[in-house]
Ligand binder design. Structure first.
Ligand code: HEM
Length: 210
């Protein structure tokens, strides 16, 4: 008996589209790894002085970036649950800075543009994703420096027990937006956000050697 094997022609069988989340992970993964390796937050020699300078630099990036988001979203405000500046100010106070010193901290001017929803979501992917790593970092800071939410570590746990819920809600927003027409712009915005943040931290002198 002759066995006949039927094969589907490969022409015309299209691959399922790659989700924007997957595209973001592929494009930003190496940037995340590079930044993580150079940020001394997990390094055994981290001291309180370096940690304080990192939080100062974080403030100098997050404040103008949040203001830029607010300008784009206006008249709608940023979701109150996603406000990060109060936690940074609380940490800076706990780490010994007064209001005048906080107001005098340098602020980043080379920020990713936010002129479209795609760009906004690209920026948010990076800044919201960072709250996931914060869950690991807050334990390290507590062990190494004895710093907790009331002594300078609030920002690393900025969403507390809402971290998972807010991340999932953001992923839903991302999936609802997912459209081939704008995904390249969104992914580019996320990559640029990583690059701007890294350049800013570099200028602030808080990164270890390249
Ligand atoms: C030493 C510093 C860092 C460590 C140890 C770290 C660690 C982590 C870890 C463990 C996750 C995965 C969490 C999970 O899957 O539940 C994560 C996710 C993420 N982190 Fe970091 N991180 C660091 C710094 C940063 C910084 C500075 C940024 C950006 C400003 C960032 C952006 C992200 C993003 C966007 C994700 C989400 C990836 C995804 O699931 O799509 N991280 N990080």
């Amino acid at each position: 008996m002759v066995e006949i094997t039927l094969e589907l022609p490969s022409i015309g069988v299209s691959q399922p589209p790659v989700s924007v989340l997957q595209q973001l992970r592929t494009a930003t993964g190496p940037r995340h790894m590079a930044l993580e390796a150079r940020l001394p937050l997990t390094h055994p020699q981290l001291d309180l002085g370096t940690y304080t300078r990192i939080i100062q630099a974080y403030y100098g990036f997050h404040l103008p970036l949040q203001q830029s988001m607010e300008r784009f979203l206006a008249p709608q405000p940023i979701e109150p649950a996603r406000q990060k500046i109060p936690a940074l100010i609380k940490d800076l106070h706990a780490l010994g800075l007064n209001d005048v010193q906080i107001l005098a901290l340098p602020q980043c001017r080379e920020l990713p543009a936010i002129n479209s929803v795609a760009q906004l979501l690209g920026v948010m992917y990076v800044m919201e994703g960072a709250t996931l790593g914060g869950q690991v970092l807050r334990r390290i800071i507590a062990d190494r420096l004895g710093v907790d939410a009331d002594s300078g570590g609030e920002f690393l746990d900025v969403y507390g027990r809402d971290t998972g819920r807010l991340w999932k809600a953001f992923l839903k927003q991302l999936a609802d937006f997912d459209t081939p027409l704008h995904n390249a712009e969104l992914v580019q915005s996320a990559c640029f956000t990583f690059e701007c943040f890294q350049m800013w931290l570099e200028r602030a002198g808080v990164l270890n050697g390249a």
